[in-house]
Design a binder for this molecule. Structure first.
Ligand code: IPE
Ligand code: IPE
Ligand code: MG
Length: 225
Protein backbone atom coordinates (compact mmCIF):
# COMPACT_ATOMS: atom_id res chain seq x y z
CA UNK A 1 0.00 0.00 0.00
CA UNK A 2 1.45 3.41 -0.90
CA UNK A 3 1.52 6.20 1.66
CA UNK A 4 -1.27 7.90 -0.24
CA UNK A 5 -3.68 5.04 0.33
CA UNK A 6 -3.43 5.63 4.05
CA UNK A 7 -4.08 9.40 3.91
CA UNK A 8 -7.38 10.73 5.22
CA UNK A 9 -8.97 12.66 2.37
CA UNK A 10 -12.29 13.34 4.03
CA UNK A 11 -12.17 14.64 7.57
CA UNK A 12 -15.02 15.69 9.84
CA UNK A 13 -14.54 17.70 13.02
CA UNK A 14 -16.78 18.13 16.05
CA UNK A 15 -15.49 21.51 17.21
CA UNK A 16 -16.19 21.25 20.93
CA UNK A 17 -14.93 23.12 23.97
CA UNK A 18 -15.55 26.81 23.26
CA UNK A 19 -17.60 27.25 26.43
CA UNK A 20 -14.99 25.66 28.68
CA UNK A 21 -12.21 27.65 27.04
CA UNK A 22 -14.06 30.89 27.83
CA UNK A 23 -14.96 29.69 31.34
CA UNK A 24 -11.30 28.88 32.10
CA UNK A 25 -10.45 32.50 31.33
CA UNK A 26 -13.41 34.10 33.07
CA UNK A 27 -14.71 35.29 29.70
CA UNK A 28 -18.30 35.29 28.39
CA UNK A 29 -19.16 32.16 26.45
CA UNK A 30 -19.45 34.09 23.19
CA UNK A 31 -15.78 35.02 23.45
CA UNK A 32 -15.12 31.29 23.34
CA UNK A 33 -17.17 30.96 20.18
CA UNK A 34 -15.35 33.92 18.69
CA UNK A 35 -11.99 32.32 19.46
CA UNK A 36 -13.31 29.07 18.00
CA UNK A 37 -14.27 30.78 14.76
CA UNK A 38 -10.69 32.06 14.33
CA UNK A 39 -9.39 28.54 14.76
CA UNK A 40 -11.85 27.31 12.15
CA UNK A 41 -10.49 29.82 9.64
CA UNK A 42 -6.96 28.63 10.30
CA UNK A 43 -7.97 24.96 10.21
CA UNK A 44 -9.43 25.36 6.73
CA UNK A 45 -6.05 26.68 5.56
CA UNK A 46 -4.24 23.89 7.37
CA UNK A 47 -6.52 21.30 5.80
CA UNK A 48 -5.57 22.54 2.32
CA UNK A 49 -1.91 22.42 3.31
CA UNK A 50 -2.20 18.85 4.57
CA UNK A 51 -3.90 17.56 1.43
CA UNK A 52 -7.38 17.08 2.86
CA UNK A 53 -9.94 17.20 0.06
CA UNK A 54 -13.16 17.40 2.05
CA UNK A 55 -13.69 18.89 5.46
CA UNK A 56 -17.00 18.78 7.32
CA UNK A 57 -17.33 20.80 10.51
CA UNK A 58 -20.07 20.66 13.12
CA UNK A 59 -21.01 24.25 13.91
CA UNK A 60 -24.50 24.09 15.45
CA UNK A 61 -26.62 21.07 16.28
CA UNK A 62 -30.39 20.66 16.30
CA UNK A 63 -30.04 20.36 20.10
CA UNK A 64 -28.02 23.55 20.55
CA UNK A 65 -31.24 25.62 20.40
CA UNK A 66 -31.81 24.56 24.01
CA UNK A 67 -28.95 26.81 25.18
CA UNK A 68 -29.63 30.21 26.76
CA UNK A 69 -31.27 32.54 24.31
CA UNK A 70 -28.44 35.07 24.45
CA UNK A 71 -25.89 32.41 23.48
CA UNK A 72 -28.05 31.16 20.61
CA UNK A 73 -28.67 34.62 19.19
CA UNK A 74 -24.99 35.53 19.64
CA UNK A 75 -24.01 32.40 17.72
CA UNK A 76 -26.44 33.20 14.91
CA UNK A 77 -25.01 36.73 14.60
CA UNK A 78 -21.46 35.46 14.72
CA UNK A 79 -22.20 32.89 12.08
CA UNK A 80 -23.84 35.38 9.71
CA UNK A 81 -20.91 37.81 10.16
CA UNK A 82 -18.42 35.04 9.59
CA UNK A 83 -19.99 33.89 6.34
CA UNK A 84 -20.08 37.44 5.07
CA UNK A 85 -16.54 38.36 6.04
CA UNK A 86 -14.80 35.07 5.21
CA UNK A 87 -16.45 33.89 2.01
CA UNK A 88 -14.40 36.15 -0.32
CA UNK A 89 -11.16 34.88 1.24
CA UNK A 90 -12.31 31.26 1.14
CA UNK A 91 -13.26 31.79 -2.48
CA UNK A 92 -9.74 33.03 -3.22
CA UNK A 93 -8.30 29.95 -1.55
CA UNK A 94 -10.35 27.74 -3.86
CA UNK A 95 -12.72 26.49 -1.17
CA UNK A 96 -16.16 25.34 -2.21
CA UNK A 97 -18.71 25.77 0.56
CA UNK A 98 -21.91 23.90 1.31
CA UNK A 99 -24.14 23.92 4.36
CA UNK A 100 -25.90 20.86 5.69
CA UNK A 101 -28.79 20.90 8.14
CA UNK A 102 -32.39 22.02 8.39
CA UNK A 103 -32.12 25.36 6.69
CA UNK A 104 -35.82 26.18 6.89
CA UNK A 105 -35.48 26.73 10.65
CA UNK A 106 -32.74 29.37 10.54
CA UNK A 107 -33.38 33.07 10.03
CA UNK A 108 -33.89 34.41 6.54
CA UNK A 109 -30.82 36.59 6.89
CA UNK A 110 -28.64 33.60 7.63
CA UNK A 111 -30.29 31.45 5.00
CA UNK A 112 -29.61 34.11 2.37
CA UNK A 113 -25.97 34.30 3.33
CA UNK A 114 -25.61 30.54 3.17
CA UNK A 115 -27.07 30.48 -0.32
CA UNK A 116 -24.86 33.38 -1.36
CA UNK A 117 -21.69 31.68 -0.09
CA UNK A 118 -22.59 28.42 -1.82
CA UNK A 119 -23.22 30.19 -5.12
CA UNK A 120 -20.14 32.35 -4.95
CA UNK A 121 -17.83 29.38 -4.34
CA UNK A 122 -19.60 26.81 -6.51
CA UNK A 123 -16.84 26.58 -9.14
CA UNK A 124 -13.99 25.98 -6.69
CA UNK A 125 -12.40 22.60 -6.19
CA UNK A 126 -9.33 22.89 -3.99
CA UNK A 127 -11.18 21.94 -0.79
CA UNK A 128 -14.83 21.16 -0.26
CA UNK A 129 -15.99 22.59 3.04
CA UNK A 130 -19.25 21.34 4.48
CA UNK A 131 -20.60 23.27 7.43
CA UNK A 132 -23.16 21.43 9.54
CA UNK A 133 -25.51 24.08 10.87
CA UNK A 134 -28.79 23.28 12.57
CA UNK A 135 -27.67 19.80 11.75
CA UNK A 136 -28.75 16.59 13.47
CA UNK A 137 -28.01 13.11 12.23
CA UNK A 138 -31.44 11.92 13.26
CA UNK A 139 -33.16 14.87 11.59
CA UNK A 140 -31.18 14.13 8.42
CA UNK A 141 -32.24 10.47 8.50
CA UNK A 142 -35.87 11.40 9.14
CA UNK A 143 -35.84 13.94 6.30
CA UNK A 144 -34.36 11.36 3.96
CA UNK A 145 -36.73 8.61 5.13
CA UNK A 146 -39.73 10.82 4.38
CA UNK A 147 -38.68 10.93 0.72
CA UNK A 148 -37.32 7.41 0.40
CA UNK A 149 -39.14 5.17 -2.01
CA UNK A 150 -36.97 2.09 -1.79
CA UNK A 151 -33.91 1.00 -3.75
CA UNK A 152 -31.34 0.35 -1.05
CA UNK A 153 -28.39 2.14 0.53
CA UNK A 154 -27.25 4.04 -2.51
CA UNK A 155 -30.70 5.38 -3.24
CA UNK A 156 -31.14 6.34 0.40
CA UNK A 157 -27.75 8.10 0.58
CA UNK A 158 -28.80 10.27 -2.38
CA UNK A 159 -31.49 11.76 -0.14
CA UNK A 160 -29.05 13.00 2.51
CA UNK A 161 -28.40 16.76 2.80
CA UNK A 162 -25.21 16.62 0.73
CA UNK A 163 -25.31 13.53 -1.47
CA UNK A 164 -22.00 14.55 -3.02
CA UNK A 165 -20.20 14.46 0.35
CA UNK A 166 -18.06 11.39 0.88
CA UNK A 167 -18.24 9.40 4.07
CA UNK A 168 -15.57 10.76 6.41
CA UNK A 169 -12.40 8.70 6.70
CA UNK A 170 -11.75 10.32 10.04
CA UNK A 171 -13.95 12.04 12.63
CA UNK A 172 -12.09 14.22 15.11
CA UNK A 173 -13.69 15.51 18.29
CA UNK A 174 -11.97 18.02 20.51
CA UNK A 175 -12.40 18.81 24.22
CA UNK A 176 -12.00 15.27 25.52
CA UNK A 177 -15.63 14.25 25.10
CA UNK A 178 -15.98 10.87 23.44
CA UNK A 179 -19.33 10.81 21.68
CA UNK A 180 -20.84 11.73 18.32
CA UNK A 181 -23.59 14.02 19.66
CA UNK A 182 -25.85 13.33 16.67
CA UNK A 183 -23.19 14.08 14.04
CA UNK A 184 -23.14 12.26 10.66
CA UNK A 185 -24.83 9.12 11.98
CA UNK A 186 -25.21 7.54 8.56
CA UNK A 187 -21.93 8.70 7.09
CA UNK A 188 -19.69 7.74 10.02
CA UNK A 189 -20.62 4.04 9.92
CA UNK A 190 -16.99 3.07 9.22
CA UNK A 191 -15.16 6.28 10.04
CA UNK A 192 -12.13 6.16 12.29
CA UNK A 193 -12.57 8.24 15.43
CA UNK A 194 -9.94 10.46 17.01
CA UNK A 195 -10.52 12.18 20.33
CA UNK A 196 -8.35 15.14 21.21
CA UNK A 197 -8.10 16.61 24.71
CA UNK A 198 -7.54 20.09 23.27
CA UNK A 199 -10.41 22.53 23.59
CA UNK A 200 -11.42 23.74 20.12
CA UNK A 201 -9.96 27.27 20.48
CA UNK A 202 -6.60 25.61 21.31
CA UNK A 203 -6.64 23.30 18.29
CA UNK A 204 -3.75 23.74 15.87
CA UNK A 205 -2.08 22.20 12.86
CA UNK A 206 0.17 19.97 14.98
CA UNK A 207 -2.86 18.32 16.53
CA UNK A 208 -4.48 17.90 13.12
CA UNK A 209 -1.26 16.33 11.89
CA UNK A 210 -1.24 13.94 14.87
CA UNK A 211 -4.77 12.85 14.08
CA UNK A 212 -3.86 12.25 10.42
CA UNK A 213 -0.73 10.33 11.41
CA UNK A 214 -2.67 8.14 13.78
CA UNK A 215 -5.26 7.55 11.07
CA UNK A 216 -2.53 6.51 8.63
CA UNK A 217 -1.34 3.86 11.08
CA UNK A 218 -4.77 2.30 11.56
CA UNK A 219 -6.11 -0.61 9.63
CA UNK A 220 -9.70 -0.37 8.41
CA UNK A 221 -11.50 -3.62 7.97
CA UNK A 222 -15.10 -2.78 7.08
CA UNK A 223 -16.23 -6.01 8.64
CA UNK A 224 -13.98 -8.16 6.47
CA UNK A 225 -10.84 -10.21 7.25
C1 IPE B 1 -18.84 23.87 20.77
O1 IPE B 1 -18.42 24.40 21.97
C2 IPE B 1 -19.55 24.88 19.91
C3 IPE B 1 -21.00 24.71 19.81
C4 IPE B 1 -21.67 23.69 20.29
C5 IPE B 1 -21.75 25.74 19.13
P1 IPE B 1 -19.33 24.34 23.26
O2 IPE B 1 -20.06 25.64 23.39
O3 IPE B 1 -20.19 23.13 23.28
O4 IPE B 1 -18.21 24.23 24.39
P2 IPE B 1 -18.33 23.47 25.76
O5 IPE B 1 -18.63 22.04 25.46
O6 IPE B 1 -19.45 24.12 26.53
O7 IPE B 1 -17.01 23.67 26.40
C1 IPE C 1 -21.72 19.05 19.61
O1 IPE C 1 -21.27 19.63 20.79
C2 IPE C 1 -22.25 20.11 18.68
C3 IPE C 1 -21.24 20.99 18.09
C4 IPE C 1 -19.95 20.94 18.27
C5 IPE C 1 -21.76 22.00 17.20
P1 IPE C 1 -22.20 19.80 22.07
O2 IPE C 1 -21.37 20.50 23.07
O3 IPE C 1 -23.49 20.40 21.69
O4 IPE C 1 -22.46 18.27 22.48
P2 IPE C 1 -22.78 17.63 23.91
O5 IPE C 1 -23.94 18.38 24.47
O6 IPE C 1 -21.56 17.79 24.75
O7 IPE C 1 -23.06 16.19 23.62
MG1 MG D 1 -19.86 21.25 24.03
Amino acid sequence: MSADDTAARTVAIIMDGNGRWAGDRGLPVLEGHRAGSKVLKQTVKDAVKLGIEELCVYAFSTENWTRPRSEVSGLMDLFAELIESETPELDKQGVRMAFIGRRGEVSERLRDRMGWAEQKTADNNRLRLFVAFNYGGRAELLDAAARYQGGGEEEFARLLYAPQMRDPDLVIRTSGEQRLSNFLLWQSAYSELYFSDRLWPDFEIEELRRALDEFAARRRRYGGR
